[in-house]
Write a protein that binds this ligand. Structure first.
Ligand SMILES: Nc1nc2c(ncn2[C@@H]2O[C@H](COP(=O)(O)OP(=O)(O)OP(=O)(O)O)[C@@H](O)[C@H]2O)c(=O)[nH]1
Ligand SMILES: [Mg+2]
Ligand SMILES: [Zn+2]
Ligand SMILES: [Zn+2]
Length: 389
């Protein structure tokens, strides 16, 4: 049995729920002599997800057994329903939710690292190139916050600093990834991404707001090479390009401490969550590294599986780069705290923006190896296959 099948995290509210005892939502069809229920405001859903749309009533499964039937009747109007919802936030989930891995992927990084840009460009990739490569049916989930990729992709506009989470909650972006099952039918994997404000990390007092880290199954840790002094000194950057001069190892250490606290992992043990450590803005180093550098080349003809050999090679190249930047303290910290981490070098924009005007390069957004961290994580959860080409 899938180890994730019982306790799973809801992709919308991040609470741990029992995937075998999802609740139901009334269809509103009614039954002979009884009018169907109509949509009403749902305070639970509002509180947990910020969705204010009225919805038909949600109700718990009958009985106390560990499994709940595929269908149940609404006690109010008698209509039979097979719509399954989260017991906590009442957002509809696929009927086989819990049957397949649905990793919650938290994205963290210091202020100005490029998280918001990355998430938007990643969403665009996911719905286009990545979807085609894996022949999956990927769509933005209707129950989730709307992600608008057009401002950065079409209007060349960068984002304002992300505001701190109010009460620790911000709406995640949820995608449904549907693909054929090995034998028959389809399975849906929910991918839930949560954009944090770098500010949340800078101020240790607010890290308890990052409760969602406790629910995360995987992490994309975005690091900013502009924050590494030796790297920054090798390229010419306007002052406006450098968000913070805080030390990267301090940032990573804070993430580690938060993860340990949130997951109850003692400091004598390694953290087992897969963690993709991605260096952003690598476009700024293209000239310095030269066109033949393995981190500057696009991988040729990606197949419909994660190429573990190429991934391992990239990992080692980034590690070498870190050493050349005298930032090997980051590598040591990761090796001594994480059992399963891998490096990536990505560029959401593919070319330097106009940092002062907050505008994308005139040639537009040219995503560079943006989905590699995600594809690796998906391979860790068995959502995509792993191979060595
Ligand atoms: N050269 C280059 N710069 C980038 C790239 N992505 C982001 N940037 C720069 O980094 C700035 C900050 O990006 P955001 O995505 O808003 O950063 P953030 O991590 O969300 O920041 P907070 O919301 O404050 O935590 C952008 O305005 C760009 O100037 C990239 O791929 N290449
Ligand atoms: Mg942001
Ligand atoms: Zn009803
Ligand atoms: Zn929920």
């Amino acid at each position: 049995m899938n180890p994730l099948a019982r306790r799973v995290s809801c992709p919308y509210c991040y609470h741990r729920i029992d995937g075998r005892r999802l609740w139901y939502q009334c269809t509103g069809r009614g039954s002979p002599g009884k009018a169907g229920c109509t949509p009403v405001p749902d305070p639970e859903r509002e509180r947990e997800t910020g969705v204010f749309e009225p919805s038909r009533p949600a109700f718990a499964p009958p009985g106390r057994g560990p499994f709940s039937p595929a269908k149940a009747s609404c006690a109010t109007c008698g209509s039979e329903t097979g719509i399954r919802v989260c017991p906590c936030c009442h957002t509809p989930l696929s009927t086989n939710f819990g049957g397949s891995a649905s990793p919650l992927i938290a994205m963290v990084g210091a202020k100005g690292t490029g998280k918001t840009v990355y998430l938007h460009v990643l969403a665009h990739e996911l719905l286009n190139g990545t979807r085609r490569r894996f022949d999956a049916d990927v769509r933005a989930s209707s129950g989730s916050a709307k992600i608008d990729v057009s401002s950065v992709m079409n209007d060349r506009a960068l984002f304002a600093q992300t505001a701190q989470a109010i009460g620790g909650r911000r709406d995640p972006f949820v995608f449904e990834w549907r693909r054929p099952r090995r034998v028959t039918g389809y399975e849906t994997t929910y991918l839930s991404f949560y954009d944090t404000a770098g500010e949340d990390l800078t101020n240790i007092g607010t890290t308890h707001d990052l409760a969602y880290l406790g629910a995360a199954d995987a992490l994309i840790l975005l690091l900013d090479p502009f924050m590494i002094p030796h790297a920054r000194d090798q390229i010419s950057l306007p002052d406006t390009a450098v968000g913070t001069k805080e030390s990267t190892v301090d940032v990573v250490n804070r993430v580690t401490e938060t993860l340990r606290a949130a997951h109850g992992i003692r400091s004598s043990r390694n953290i087992k969550l897969p963690i993709a450590v991605a260096f952003a803005k690598i476009d700024a180093f293209f000239d310095l590294l030269g066109p033949d550098h393995p981190l500057v080349r696009q991988p040729a003809h990606p197949s419909a599986q994660y190429d573990d050999v190429a991934g391992q090679a990239t990992h080692e190249h980034v590690r070498a780069l870190l050493h050349s930047w005298e930032a090997d303290d980051i590598d040591a910290h990761l090796r001594y705290n994480y059992a399963n981490f891998r490096y990536f070098a990505v560029s959401s924009l593919g070319a330097a923006p106009d940092y002062d005007a907050r505008a994308v390069h005139v040639n537009g957004v040219q995503p560079f190896r943006v989905d590699e961290p995600l594809v690796w994580l998906l391979s860790q959860f068995g959502v995509v296959r792993r191979g060595g080409a």
